[in-house]
Design a protein around this ligand. Structure first.
Ligand code: PLP
Length: 819
């Protein structure tokens, strides 16, 4: 696209260019997302945790030759690279893309608001892609970094652009406006909260409107008093208002029928209407925002009403499920185009590790230059080193030759044809991405591979986990390392899947309780350091074979491990020294220390990677004095060890609650456990943790039962009045504790809670849904999750969240997704 020398000029920056003519096509801000080294320009953006330029050497080794770095960066180790020097690489990225944007003269829709941005963007795409060649933000790329990366995709072929913009701080929107330069604006729902960084909702609204500084037209709902006020005060002339008070599209009625809504409005003195296949208020609002834009663009009414009826839900999640033959299935029903393909391939690569990566893809739903499109698809599959490819559709069949570089490939005209041939292709031990435009009905393929199990599932939100990790990062010094505790099947959430995400996000260490848990991680392609807390003699061979680092907690253990290792002729092996500072569970005590040191001096085979201890009550204020005492004791131990061990080792003592409650005890590393899974044991209210796991089941039967009758075993559930009783598909064998029976516990459905009636059975439970309207067989029921915190369930069971989470039976299927 542009030579690096031009880019340096545009940025008005000093540069040292080994190859000034190098053409730049891709911009990269996250080293993990590198796909094509040759034409990539990396921006070393600084964040609170990392200095972007720390990744230069890793990227240089991977073949990247173009870097935008801060002025002080030393280029000497990288003689073949081009360097552009700036004060702030983020600002440089924004400047470059703002300049790129100026090359194009086309309608650009800019969307902002608190809720619904991504839906409106995707729906506008669904409504307009038949007539336009559209470029749009991938997923919800709407931040200070996401917007420039989105707008960079713009090229001569596009006839319409749709970008979303999100802000979290004052001053951010004018930067985004300068990059997007919308010609048409859409303000979606502005929500209730103004967020921590804005003094008021008004201030936030003012900031949002800055996106529309140069727009010829802005669509918004003036039903909100705040917006109406704002429009009045600022005398915004070029506003297209909608709603019951709308001046341009005046809503007359909204009629909901089942899952559909009929919307009638007045537009230019005539009655117009649309029907959409949704009935919730948010969808209705989002559809009207889209309606306004279509009217503004002059799309005929009959076309609008035809296309509105076909709106599809926007499924933003990438879901992964366990499938047959030890396969995992990532089902992506998000629209099928190049940018969403890249995102899905990224997730596939992250999850596949060393396993085989397979892609089953339908024809793209895109208009535009077909050869070019499919060449890009082929290039992406090659870059991500896809092991097996199945292409379904007439276009993919006719462009088969473009895919000849892939090792194992199959092409079919239709899903039917694929299903007929399926017995001839085996799928085993692989991670399969199933990605298809909706017309191809790829759900059929998903269900071919998925395991049939009963309908109780635990959904694991991997994005929430990443959010939680970042929340804790805010309380850590930039140099503090993180060891993530993935023992006990990652607190019930699933080992390999969770570990893959943590590895991707550059956590420093993992810890498991037993060696076999570590082996499972290695088999799934986890290559980062793993500590094993309970090594037994019989596991020594696998510890060595799989490069797992054992915790040493006694002289006996140390001696038997060391003897084994020396007998094997191994040169060096990493160990972790556990000290007892008050837990009295495992660990060396004071009187062992001199002997321990002498042993380590005499056996240089053993390399101490870290020295640690464990706190007994870091979450409880009443134990704060004891916690500090443990810290002091630990200091004493560490000082003595440092006198004798003459190489650096990591020290650590904090668990989740201590990170926040005892910041003076961070040492070199912290061990993050339950907080990662969204439980705030310190009840801080400062950490914004999101629940990671949601346990759901479904209703199998509903019946009316008369007063005086009983429900369930031993006639414990005596009914005082007539009741509607629903049976749900979960029991104590799944981890739904018997303690929850007889009204002690409740479940959540349809916005309300329903108490458990009678005793909990092994595989089923009865609940009283008399007070909840419209309950049907097959309805979903939440056992714990966003609406019913696991903490609450723990209280009902008189236990702690740890026990609830780790007791969910393995027969409950885990489903993983990223948002
Ligand atoms: C489980 C465990 C942790 C994590 O504790 P959380 O309270 O879940 O953060 C830390 N250290 C050790 C030794 C553990 O066993």
């Amino acid at each position: 696209m542009y030579p690096i020398s031009t880019i340096a000029e545009v940025l008005n920056a000093r540069s040292v260019l080994a190859e000034p003519g190098t053409a730049i096509e891709h911009l990269l801000t996250d080293s993990r997302r590198l796909v094509m080294a040759a034409a990539t320009l990396f921006f070393g953006i600084e964040t609170s945790r990392r200095n972007g330029s720390d990744f230069v050497s890793e990227l240089y080794a991977a073949g990247v030759r173009n870097f935008v770095v801060k002025n002080e960066f030393d280029p000497s180790p990288f003689p073949l690279a081009n360097f552009v020097y700036v004060d702030d690489p983020l600002v440089a990225l924004q400047q470059l893309v703002a300049w790129h944007r100026r090359h194009f003269n086309l309608p650009v829709i800019g969307i902002t608001g608190s809720n619904g941005k991504t839906i409106v963007k995707e729906w506008l795409y669904q409504l307009l892609y038949a007539d336009q060649n559209i470029v749009r933000s991938p997923k919800s790329f709407n931040s200070q970094v996401g917007v420039p990366l989105s707008v960079w995709q713009l090229n001569e072929q596009h006839t319409l652009a749709i970008f979303e913009a999100g802000i979290s701080m004052p001053g951010e929107m004018s930067v985004l406006e300068n990059i997007i330069k919308p010609t048409i604006g859409v303000l979606t729902n502005i929500g209730e909260a103004h967020g921590a960084n804005f003094a008021s909702k008004q201030e936030k609204l003012q900031e949002k409107f800055q996106l529309f500084a140069g727009a010829k037209m802005i669509a918004c709902n003036n039903g909100d008093a705040l917006i109406e006020n704002y429009l009045h005060e600022h005398q915004e002339a070029n506003v297209f208002t909608w709603g019951y008070k709308g001046k341009d599209l005046r809503l007359l009625s909204v009629e909901k029928k089942g899952n559909q809504s009929l919307l009638v409005a007045e537009y230019k003195n005539a009655e117009v209407s649309i029907t959409i296949p949704f009935s919730d208020n948010a969808s209705i609002e989002n559809a009207i925002s889209c309606w306004c834009i279509l009217l503004l663009m002059g799309v005929p009414n009959e076309v609008i009403s035809r296309r509105m009826q076909l709106l599809q839900p926007v499924e933003m999640r990438l879901q992964m499920k366990r499938g047959i033959n030890n396969c995992s299935i990532i089902n992506d029903s998000y629209s099928n185009d190049i940018s969403s393909l890249n995102i899905a391939l990224d997730f596939l690569q992250q999850q596949a590790g060393k396993q085989k990566a397979t892609v089953i893809l339908s024809d793209l739903g895109e208009s535009g230059h077909a050869v070019k499109q499919y060449s890009k698809v082929a290039a992406a599959l090659l870059r991500y080193k896809i092991d097996k490819f199945v292409g379904i559709g007439n276009d993919l069949c006719s462009f088969e030759s473009l895919f000849s570089g892939l090792p194992d490939r199959h092409f079919f005209r239709s899903v039917e044809e694929f299903k007929q041939q399926l017995p001839l292709i085996t799928f085993r031990d692989e991670v399969i991405l199933v990605k298809g435009a909706r017309v191809f009905e790829f759900e059929q393929i998903g269900s071919l591979f998925e395991q049939q199990v009963h309908q109780t599932v635990m959904e694991v939100n991997l994005s929430a986990m990443v959010n939680n990790l970042k929340q804790f990062h805010q309380y850590l010094k930039p140099t503090t390392k993180v060891m993530a505790m993935v023992k006990a099947f990652s607190y019930g959430s699933g080992s390999a899947e969770v570990a893959s995400v943590l590895q991707y996000h550059k956590v420093d260490y993992l810890a498991v309780a037993y060696a076999d848990e570590g082996v499972e991680l290695r088999k799934a392609g986890i290559h980062m350091p793993v500590m094993v807390m309970n090594p037994e003699d019989v596991t020594f061979p696998v510890l060595l074979q799989y490069n797992l680092e054992p915790e040493m907690y006694s002289l006996d253990l140390l001696n038997s491990f060391c003897s084994y290792v020396e007998k094997q002729g191994v040169e060096q092996v990493g160990i972790h020294i556990k000290l007892d500072t008050g837990m009295h569970r495992l660990g060396f005590e004071h009187e062992d220390v001199e002997e321990l040191l002498a042993y380590l001096q005499a056996h240089k085979t053993l390399v101490v990677k870290s020295v640690f201890s464990h706190l007994v009550g870091s979450e409880e204020q009443e134990h704060d004095a004891f916690t500090q005492y443990q810290g002091k004791t630990f200091n004493g131990f560490v000082q003595r060890l440092k006198q004798v061990i003459d190489y650096p080792f990591i020290t650590h003592i904090s668990n989740s609650a201590a990170i926040f409650r005892h910041p003076n005890m961070q040492y070199d590393m912290v061990r993050l456990g339950i907080g990662l899974y969204g439980i705030d044991t310190s009840a801080s209210n400062v950490l914004q943790l999101q629940p990671v796991a949601t346990l759901r089941t479904t209703i199998s039967q509903i019946r009316k039962v008369k007063a005086g009758e009983s429900v369930g075993y031993s006639r414990k559930g005596m009914l005082q009045k007539d009741a509607t009783i629903a049976t749900i598909r979960i029991g104590y064998a799944d981890g739904f504790r018997r303690k929850l029976g007889n009204g002690n516990g409740k479940v959540f459905l349809k916005g309300a809670t329903a108490p458990v009636v009678g005793n909990v059975c092994m595989d089923m439970t009865m609940i009283d849904v008399s007070d909840i309207e419209d309950v049907k067989e097959g309805d979903a029921v939440e056992i714990f999750g966003p609406n019913l915190p696991v903490e609450q369930l723990a209280k009902w069971c008189e236990t702690i969240p740890y026990e609830i989470m780790t007791n969910i039976s393995l027969r409950v299927k885990r489903v993983y997704y990223e948002e």
